[in-house]
Design a protein around this ligand. Structure first.
Ligand SMILES: Nc1nc2c([nH]c(=O)n2[C@H]2C[C@H](O)[C@@H](COP(=O)(O)OP(=O)(O)OP(=O)(O)O)O2)c(=O)[nH]1
Length: 161
């Protein structure tokens, strides 16, 4: 069920974000990630996706938990979420056009601004928690007609860490 990964690439108070050309989250500024390929662990998948989509070779990324969703009560999906701190001296010029969309640096305050409809609706509901604690959680979102109608956050069972 958890077929995707996502990584938030942080440098100080800003994030390297992807404005996606294609669904899901088409036209929105999201983290970098994609489908887990057969035989890959979530970490292997996210390191590969970050490299493919940004050209950045991360040595590792910090696991932050799992995000799942239910669409109109039926279809379900999920992604393993990671956070990576980029070195202060890494210079990455943006905007940068890549196959999946446009990469650009976005300030944390901008991403989390209540008037910002340019990010996935669930992002401001999980990212601040991920940034404020080392604990991992299972975040769940129920969507109805494309909008989040309910969400919850539970401790992540040790087993699936
Ligand atoms: N913030 C947020 N991200 C989401 C949601 N749903 C969802 O799939 N994503 C993320 C997970 C992945 O990082 C990305 C989708 O990956 P993708 O379809 O581009 O996967 P891929 O690169 O392997 O694509 P493909 O070429 O094989 O089709 O979007 C959501 O509800 N909120």
């Amino acid at each position: 069920m958890i077929r995707y990964t996502i990584c938030f690439l942080k440098q100080g108070s800003r994030f390297l974000m992807l404005n996606r050309f294609h669904p899901p989250t088409m036209g929105l500024w999201n983290g970098v990630g994609g489908k887990i390929e057969p035989g890959e662990s979530p970490l292997m998948s996210v390191l590969r996706e970050v490299w493919e989509e940004t050209g950045i070779r991360l040595e590792t990324a910090t696991y932050k938990g799992v995000i799942s969703w239910k669409l109109d009560g039926s279809l379900t999906g999920g992604m393993h979420a990671f956070l990576a701190e980029l070195p202060d001296d890494l210079i990455y010029a943006t905007p940068s056009l890549v196959e999946e969309g446009v990469l650009a640096w976005k300030e944390e305050d901008w991403l989390l601004h209540p008037d910002n409809s340019g990010v996935p609706e669930n992002l401001p509901l999980f990212l601040p928690v991920m940034l404020s604690t080392t604990d991992c959680f299972a975040y769940h979102f129920d969507y109805s007609k494309g909008r989040v109608v309910a969400h919850e956050k539970r401790p992540l069972p040790e087993l699936i860490k």
